[in-house]
Design a protein around this ligand. Structure first.
Ligand code: GTR
Length: 423
């Protein structure tokens, strides 16, 4: 990223913090935080097809309704992802160590190039796996907000272009790498700006240009926004992870927080290779039901962050009931794979109840596909993990990723994927 982009990025993060920093800072005014003022709404039934027919078999879901719901999210919410894995994609492992984190982990850094041009779009993947693993391990994959070097105070982590040395390790609280590897899991992470800068009205950087036709300079109507691009980057990371002998490619867990939680859900919905999907405090456009208009609304998100979604999502500003989908159907697209929705009590902007209800209303699709679905009808109390295939958890505190969140991610992954090498 060049220096002006870095400045814009810092500015956009600062703005994000002013708007919804954890706990201490008030939720934006002028939005509904009162359950009694949630309007009456009725959700589209994930099991009723557009032609009105009821889907009653797993085959019918897989063969016709699932592709239909996927297309509705492409057309109306996130935009269509116009490309798959580029033919010229390649990678180079530029760092490998067996004695990272005081001997606890192996570290690897891989530069993934999307074209044959070394200066073209590319991303750096940082991978830690347990040093004592005898074989491939289940691995968490998550994008990070501020650069790989912020994830852990490890001097060997390459600084992104234009990156700031003084923030090395500053996000360690969100990425307890030592706990993750001690529990037998790997952690792979990428700075989301490598895939696409989080800047509105800027479409000439990142991976969007890879899909442009001659003369095109921004995504067309109905094409991917930034969430679509970040999700695509996660799939390309999985392309690499499937080849890494330290990682069990059939047990990669895609997780993300906030805008990157919206991204992990969209990524897991599109790419069925992800074994488990986790969204943390993902809110509007993520796990929360749009029709509740509790906290952040469709209009507000399209106004603050018009580049995240497809242009067509703005049709539903103030008109959520007209959406042919709601976010429970995004979760249903992940079925039958386990999915965990995590909320924080004070993060009303992200509508914890709306996140729970979304998970719950995805349940019938999971049940049709032969799983236990969502085990409970009522929202649980604090720190009470619902560990059914559609899982949910809410903890005390605000918008953040905490040690408690990771404890829950690991417990849920242990339950659904099994674990190796735990100590
Ligand atoms: C906020 C936005 C939320 C959430 C958050 C974040 O400003 O309103 O939807 O995505 O940013 O990503 O930190």
């Amino acid at each position: 990223m060049n220096a002006p982009a870095l400045l814009r990025w810092t500015a956009s993060l600062t703005l994000g913090l002013l708007v919804i920093a954890p706990g201490a800072i008030a939720q934006p005014q002028g939005f509904n935080y009162d359950e009694s003022r949630v309007p009456e709404y009725s959700l589209p039934d994930p099991l009723v097809a557009e032609d009105g027919s009821k889907v009653s078999t797993a085959d019918a879901w897989r063969q016709s309704r699932r592709p239909e719901v996927l297309r509705l999210f492409e057309d109306h919410v996130y935009g269509k992802t116009p490309i798959g894995r580029p033919e010229a994609m390649r990678w180079e492992v530029f760092d490998a160590a067996d004695d990272a984190i005081g001997g606890l982990a192996r570290r690897k850094q891989v530069r993934i190039y999307f074209t044959e041009d070394d200066d073209g779009p590319r991303m750096d993947l940082l991978l830690y796996t347990p040093a004592d693993a005898d074989g491939p391990v289940p691995t968490f994959l998550g994008l990070n907000f501020r650069g790989n070097h912020t994830v852990f105070p490890d001097p060997a982590i390459r600084l992104p272009e234009g990156g700031d040395e003084s923030v090395r390790g500053e996000r360690r609280g969100r990425w307890p790498v030592d706990t993750i590897v001690s529990n037998g899991y790997g952690l792979a992470t990428i700075w989301y700006y490598d895939i696409d800068a989080d800047v509105k009205d800027r479409w000439d950087d990142g991976v969007h240009p890879l899909a442009y036709a001659e003369g095109q300079s921004e995504p067309g109507s109905g094409e991917w926004g930034s969430i679509g691009a970040w999700a695509w980057g996660l799939s390309r990371a999985l392309d690499y992870l499937e080849t890494d002998e330290q990682v069990d490619g059939s047990r990669v867990i895609v997780m993300g927080h906030s805008r990157l939680g919206k991204t992990s859900l969209w990524s897991g919905a599109q790419d069925e290779r992800f074994a488990l999907v986790i969204s943390n405090d993902s809110g509007c456009g993520g796990a929360a039901l749009s029709r509740r208009r509790f906290g952040e609304t469709v209009e507000r998100i399209n106004t603050s962050f018009p580049h995240w979604f497809t242009d067509r999502f703005t049709q539903y500003n103030g008109d959520e009931d007209a959406l042919p989908v709601d976010q429970h159907m995004l979760i249903a697209l992940i079925a039958p794979r386990p999915v965990l929705v995590c909320s924080a009590e004070e993060d009303l902007w992200a509508d914890p109840r709306g996140e729970f209800l979304s998970a719950r209303h995805a349940g019938p699709v999971y049940e049709l596909l032969g799983t236990d679905g969502m085990a409970r009808d009522e929202m649980p109390g604090l720190n009470d993990l619902i560990a059914s295939t559609v899982g949910y958890h809410i903890r005390p505190g605000g918008h953040d990723v905490t040690d408690r969140d990771w404890e829950v991610f690991i417990e849920f992954a242990d339950t659904h994927l099994g674990r190796d090498g735990a100590r």
